[in-house]
Ligand binder design. Sequence first.
Ligand code: CP3
Length: 347
Amino acid sequence: MTATAAPTKTILRALAGEVQAVPPVWMMRQAGRYLPEYRATRAQAGDFLSLCYNPELAAEVTLQPIRRYGFDASILFADILLLPQALGADLWFVTGEGPRLSTLSDAEGVAALKPTEAIHETLSPVYETVKILARELPREVTLIGFAGAPWTVATYMIAGRGTPDQGPAHAMKAAEPEAFDALMARLTEATTEYLSAQVEAGAEVVKIFDSWAGSLKGADFTRYALEPAQQIIAALKARLPDLPIIAFPRQAGDQYIGFARATGADCVAIDNSVDADWAAKHVQVDGCVQGNLAPHHLVEGGPALVAETKRIVKAFSKGPHIFNLGHGITPEADPENVHRMLEAIRG
Ligand code: CP3
């Protein structure tokens, strides 16, 4: 295949701007606790982090939803918080609660982080997972690698946990602006190297998750969500010109408009707080969009799931679209509802 040959995989075609009669589909957190086979493999690994760092088992859980549902894409099984751990933060998960990390609040904390070159030592099992998947995935399935965006990762590193309003990160940004900017610069560089290494190992697309972008307003959004994404994408594209990149500035609202153009992303993932018709008009004009079914429909099912799925497919039918949820599928979701969603998309 030459560099200019048109892609054949449905996800790559959508990312190249092709409008398809049936949109390709995958789901955020498609390997997760709603699946009994995921829970069994996680138990075999011992805990969530041991699963992330066990290439054979991480590849196994990545493949489980592909076998069960035949999604068009597979997302590497890992977590955005492995990168802070590779930079030297302590990381652990409290069952039923979520992640915990050592905290960081000043220039000393930033200076104590490991150099970027050191991340690969901790993250090499992740690259090994990618290599296994590149070998074992069905040939029509696209392999997506990912990382957290600098702002979102910083919110966890600063607070040591998930926070409802990202207060500690906003506080450090105000009180220690130089240290905060140094942290963002370190994360921007390390994220670029991490994603590059995933592509070298076999990832075909990468996605940048900025789950807390919505708490950045106005000039802060530009400086801490848009600009880091732009820098990471520019650096990746300089090395890997054909690499398609999905950006997910979750809850960006009006700031979704022009985000792809400004950052160079090939696709913008859209959460479920914005309406599909609005997004088709204002965001899809710039290229491929991904999203935006509300995850609760996969818990509730019924006619609303089918109607909403069809409404989203129709709203985005005139441009390039990858069907997905607006955020990750939840542990309470009924696996049978995923079949119903796929039936509504594929007929
Ligand atoms: O999407 C996928 O299936 C790929 C794997 C993936 C996971 N986390 C696995 C996971 C991806 C892409 C992530 C990204 C991630 N991790 C984000 C960004 C996307 C988002 O959801 O906003 C964030 C903020 C994290 C950090 C994180 N990891 C939190 C806050 C939690 C606890 C909340 C929860 O859902 O349990 C996790 C744990 C986590 N990451 C689980 C999975 C499957 C559940 C852990 C378990 O099995 O016990």
